[in-house]
Design a protein around this ligand. Structure first.
Ligand SMILES: *Cc1c(COP(=O)(O)O)cnc(C)c1O
Length: 384
C-alpha cells in the first residue's frame, strides 16, 4: 500500500466534510431549496471577495472565468496591457488575442513581480487602454504582483483592472472594493478547497458599464444574462449543483476561521516552506515577492526534476508540482494553499529531503524540517 498525498497548488485536497456534502443526493436547481442554498453561497462569496457586488458563479474551470472577463469587457480592436510573468500571464495574452484585442505585453522575468513603474509607463504610452490584465499570484512562478499599487493607477480612470485572483482570493488579502479592482476572478480548486469545475467572477459598476457597451460576441459566458438570473438566486444554465453544495460547506469553514486567520495561516505556511528550503541550501524562485499559495524552489544542478517528481509521486506517494516550459525539470513548487496545515509543509519538506538524498545530494536529513518547525510552532498557543 502507498498512502498518497496531493500537495499541488491546484487541484488541492478537498476536506472530508466537503466530500461528504458533495455526495448528498441532487436537488433540482429550479426549486426554492436550491435558490435558498444559492443565496447563502452568494452572500459567502461577497464576504470572501470583500465586495458588495454580485459574485457570479459559472460552471467552468478558472480559465472560463478569465475568458468571461475579457469577452464581456473588451471589444475587438481595443488595446489592453497584459502583465506576462508566467504561464497564466501568457494565458491572458492568448485569450486577448483570440478576442481580437491589441495586446501591449509587459514581459516579466519568471519569478519576479512586475514593477509598478512599468505599468504606469505603459499606461502613459497607451492612452485609451481598455484594461490592464494581471495575475495577483502567478502560480507558475510563485510570485505575487503588486495589485494594490496597480489598482491605484487605474482607479478613477476609464481603464479597467482585471485581476486573475485564482491563487490569491482566499489565500491573501485581495479586497476588491477597497483596492478598486474592477474585475476579479477565481476558481474552485485552489484556495476554495473544492474539485475543479467552478469559476467565480465579480465586476464593479465601472466594469458593468463596459459590459453593456462591448461588441464582443458571447453566449454561454454572457454575463448580462447570468447576472439577471443570479440576482434571482438561480443560474442561466444548469449549475454544478454538487459543487455548489460543497461550496456551501467550504464557505462555512472559511467564515469560521475568519479572513484574518485564513491569510495568516497561508502566510505562516509559506514562511515555513521558504525557511526550510533555504536551510537545505536551495534557492527560492521568487525571493523578493513570494506568493502565499506556493513556494518555488530551484533544484540543485544535476538533479533531473522530472525524475525527482516522478520518484516522489510513484515511490513515496507525495504529489508535488514541478515547473512549466523553461522551468520544467528545474524547480519544484511546494504548495500551501487551500486545505493546508503545518503537517503538509512537514510532509512536503521531508519528502524533498529524502528524495534529494536518493538522487545523490548531500542533504542533512531533518534540517529543512527543523527550520520549518521553528516557524510552524508560532501557530500554536503557548501552554498554560
Ligand atoms: C490554476 C490557475 C489558472 C487556471 O485555472 P484552470 O482552472 O486550470 O482553468 C489560472 N490562473 C491562475 C493564477 C491559476 O493558478
Amino acid at each position: 500500500m502507498l498512502k498518497r498525498y496531493l500537495l499541488t497548488p491546484g487541484p488541492t485536497e478537498v476536506p472530508p466534510e466537503v466530500l461528504l456534502r458533495m455526495s448528498q443526493p441532487l436537488i433540482h436547481h429550479r426549486t426554492p431549496q436550491f435558490e435558498d442554498l444559492f443565496a447563502q453561497v452568494q452572500e459567502g462569496l461577497q464576504w470572501l471577495f470583500q465586495t458588495t457586488q454580485e459574485v457570479l458563479i459559472l460552471a467552468a474551470s478558472g480559465t472560463g472565468g478569465m475568458e468571461a472577463a475579457v469577452a464581456n469587457t473588451c471589444s475587438a480592436g481595443d488595446t489592453v496591457i497584459v502583465v506576462n510573468g508566467g504561464k497564466f500571464g501568457e494565458r491572458w495574452v492568448k485569450i486577448s488575442q483570440a478576442f481580437g484585442l491589441k495586446v501591449v505585453e509587459l514581459k516579466v522575468e519568471w519569478g519576479h513581480a512586475v514593477a509598478v513603474e512599468t505599468v504606469a509607463q505603459a499606461l502613459a504610452n497607451n492612452p485609451g487602454t481598455r484594461a490592464v490584465l494581471i495575475q495577483a499570484s502567478e502560480t507558475s512562478t510563485t510570485a505575487l504582483h503588486p495589485v494594490e499599487q496597480i489598482a491605484a493607477l487605474t482607479r478613477g480612470t476609464d481603464t479597467l483592472l482585471i485581476v486573475d485572483g485564482i491563487t490569491a482570493v482566499g489565500a491573501t488579502d485581495t479586497p476588491m472594493d477597497r483596492w478598486g479592482i474592477d474585475v476579479l476572478v477565481t476558481g474552485s480548486q485552489k484556495a476554495l478547497m473544492l474539485p475543479p469545475g467552478l469559476a467565480f467572477i465579480a465586476l464593479n459598476d465601472k466594469a458593468w458599464k463596459q459590459v453593456e457597451r462591448t461588441t464582443q460576441p458571447r453566449y454561454y459566458f454572457d454575463l448580462r444574462r447570468e447576472r439577471k438570473e443570479q440576482l434571482k438566486h438561480t443560474t442561466a444554465y444548469t449549475p454544478a449543483i454538487s459543487l455548489i453544495n460543497g461550496l456551501h460547506e467550504v464557505l462555512r469553514m472559511l467564515r469560521e476561521e475568519g479572513l484574518e486567520h485564513l491569510f495568516a495561516r497561508h502566510a505562516r505556511l509559506a514562511r515555513a516552506a521558504r525557511a526550510a528550503a533555504q536551510a537545505l541550501g536551495l534557492t527560492l524562485l521568487a525571493p523578493a515577492s513570494p506568493s502565499p499559495a506556493a513556494t518555488g524552489v530551484w533544484l540543485p544542478q544535476g538533479v533531473d526534476g522530472s525524475k525527482l517528481l516522478k520518484y516522489m509521486r510513484d515511490r513515496m506517494g507525495v504529489d508535488i508540482a514541478g515547473g512549466q516550459d523553461h522551468l520544467k525539470g528545474k524547480i519544484v513548487r511546494i504548495s500551501h494553499i487551500g486545505y493546508a496545515g503545518p503537517f503538509d509543509i512537514i510532509t512536503a519538506i521531508s519528502t524533498l529531503e529524502m528524495a534529494l538524498r536518493r538522487f545523490g545530494q548531500d542533504i542533512l536529513l531533518g534540517r529543512g524540517v527543523q527550520h520549518a518547525e521553528e516557524i510552524l510552532l508560532e501557530g500554536w498557543p503557548t501552554v498554560g
